[in-house]
Design a protein around this ligand. Structure first.
Ligand code: ZN
Length: 280
């Protein structure tokens, strides 16, 4: 779910669009996207559509329709389904996306929210969903009430009813403490999300092997090996070094420093790691 970089202006414009929509449905946390769909006169279906897509925004004869896939362990109202609906609403609210569909120039758009990759339109729709479900003012206010760290991130995930992965992407953007997240997913490359302050300081390229290849004693590996019963494991913590996690920071670099590694297993979805730089 990591994001392609959007320009600051474009990102801010999409955030404002989402947060205006949030205000239109009463500014209540956690956000309920369904009234927003109804207000816009959009029709809606939810069901198990296999692996065909996470969501679709379709336009036929002047009518927009959203399909939301709730396959396997998902269900209507789950954090994943909520993010998918927010994503499809992004395609509807962002003028260029909606107008392209309405004009018939592009076919109904199938979304895969975890596979935005280099797709600008998917990244824009994910950004809309993130800001609809976690409006900046409310998110920052809630974040300041939590102790910086992974447990605080998980508490925010519950407060906003958003997945831990989606919360992590916003958390590193908004957290007052410099930090980075690393998500280890089974059979896939780990993805990093790095706070703007860290990127400016040269910690701009997060890098890690598979979780099973991490040395013994790393919090992420301990979390991976923890019995979580399909849910969240406890949060594990260990001291670490910046040079292990950032490709452009060598052991002898002045940027190398002791950091804190915190990790939790998210049941079958993998391990979420938060790297905190308490001394920067
Ligand atoms: Zn999409």
């Amino acid at each position: 779910m990591a994001y392609t970089e959007l320009s600051v202006t474009r990102r801010r414009w999409i955030a404002d669009l989402a947060e205006t929509a949030f205000a239109d449905v009463g500014s209540v946390i956690p956000v309920q996207p369904t009234p927003l769909i109804e207000d816009q006169g959009i029709t809606f279906s939810t069901g198990d559509y296999g692996n065909a897509f996470d969501g679709v925004l379709e336009h036929r004869r002047g009518q927009f329709h959203i399909y939301c896939n709730v396959r396997e362990t998902d269900y209507p109202g789950s954090t994943r389904a909520r993010f998918t609906v927010g994503h499809e609403l992004g395609h509807y609210f962002i003028d260029e996306h909606r107008n392209a569909l309405a004009s018939g120039r592009v076919p109904a758009h199938r979304s895969f929210i975890d596979k935005a990759g280099n797709s600008v339109i998917e990244t824009e729709a994910n950004t809309f969903s993130s800001h609809l479900l976690m409006p900046q003012h409310d998110f920052r206010k809630a974040a300041t009430k939590e102790k910086p760290g992974l447990q605080g991130l998980l508490n925010l995930s519950s407060t906003f009813n958003v997945s831990a992965q989606a919360t992590a992407i916003r958390y590193v953007e908004e957290c007052p403490v410099p930090c980075a997240a690393m998500m280890f997913r089974p059979g896939k490359r780990p993805w990093p999300a790095i706070s703007p302050m860290l990127r400016k300081l040269g910690y701009d390229y997060g890098n890690a092997p598979e979780v099973t290849a991490l040395p013994e004693g790393f919090a992420s590996r301990t979390a991976h090996e923890a019995v979580s019963g399909g849910g969240l494991s406890p949060v594990f913590e260990a001291p670490s070094t910046a040079s292990f996690w950032f490709a452009h920071v060598t052991a002898s670099s002045p940027r190398n420093c002791v950091i804190v590694e915190q990790a939790v297993r998210l049941g079958p979805f993998g391990v979420l790691t938060l790297l905190l730089f308490p001394r920067l």
